[in-house]
Design a protein around this ligand. Structure first.
Ligand code: ATP
Ligand code: MG
Length: 186
């Protein structure tokens, strides 16, 4: 699975995430700006921080937790606590591919929910022309290099905004400010 964002990505924001909290905070800020119908595709190797970021999304959207790695279920629905859209959390790792993703019948839920797909690269793009793609990368030597710091190791993230939903001036400005706040917080 390639860790690169899609070729049709229109805008990209790179940033550094020094701690797991920073990753969660990025998720929270993104979650605050998401609305029903939005799709977020998370890419990155094992332990890169996809679920950590998804937890932040859940906090920002104010849905019922806890958001955990959906090990035995492929998709889990987290209802809103504040009358907003639910968060549908999908783990595509164990999916055989796009056809099995279709079997989950997410299409109907997609319009009314915010959908986040871990391991979604090359699989989830077909769900929507509009999406945020977040690629997380960790130091390849982690955690063997320094297990004592395993809970807080630097990640790099790249956010790509794809499709008309994200190319409006308002959406760009909102993403600029999310990324700017995360950079300032370190
Ligand atoms: N900067 C960081 N961002 C995110 N997680 C970090 C960071 N530094 C350390 N961690 C730790 O790395 C682990 C990331 O786990 P997480 O479950 O979020 O990854 P994942 O990409 O969802 O893994 P999987 O591939 O198993 O689904 C957590 O234990 C977290 O505390
Ligand atoms: Mg995970």
């Amino acid at each position: 699975m390639s860790p690169e964002p899609s070729d049709d990505a229109q805008l990209e924001w790179p940033l550094t995430l020094g701690t797991a909290d920073a990753t969660r905070r990025l998720g929270r800020r993104l979650g605050e700006m998401l609305r029903a119908g939005d799709l977020v595709v998370l890419t990155g190797g094992l332990g890169a921080g996809k679920t950590t970021l998804a937890q932040g999304l859940g906090e920002g959207l104010r849905v019922r937790g806890p958001l955990t790695s959906p090990t035995f279920v492929l998709a889990r629905v987290h209802p809103s606590l504040v009358g907003g859209p639910p968060l549908v959390h999908v783990d595509a790792y164990r999916l055989g591919g796009a056809l099995e993703l279709d079997d989950l019948d997410l299409d109907e839920a997609l319009d009314e929910s915010v959908t986040v797909v871990e391991w979604g690269h090359d699989v989830a793009e077909r769900l929507s022309d509009d999406r945020l793609e977040v690629v997380l990368r960790s130091d390849p030597t982690w955690p063997a290099a320094d297990p004592a710091r395993a809970d807080d190791a630097e990640r790099t993230a790249s956010i790509a905004a794809v499709g008309p939903r994200w190319t409006t001036a308002a959406a760009r400005a909102a993403l600029d400010s999310v990324v700017g706040a995360c950079r300032a917080a370190g």
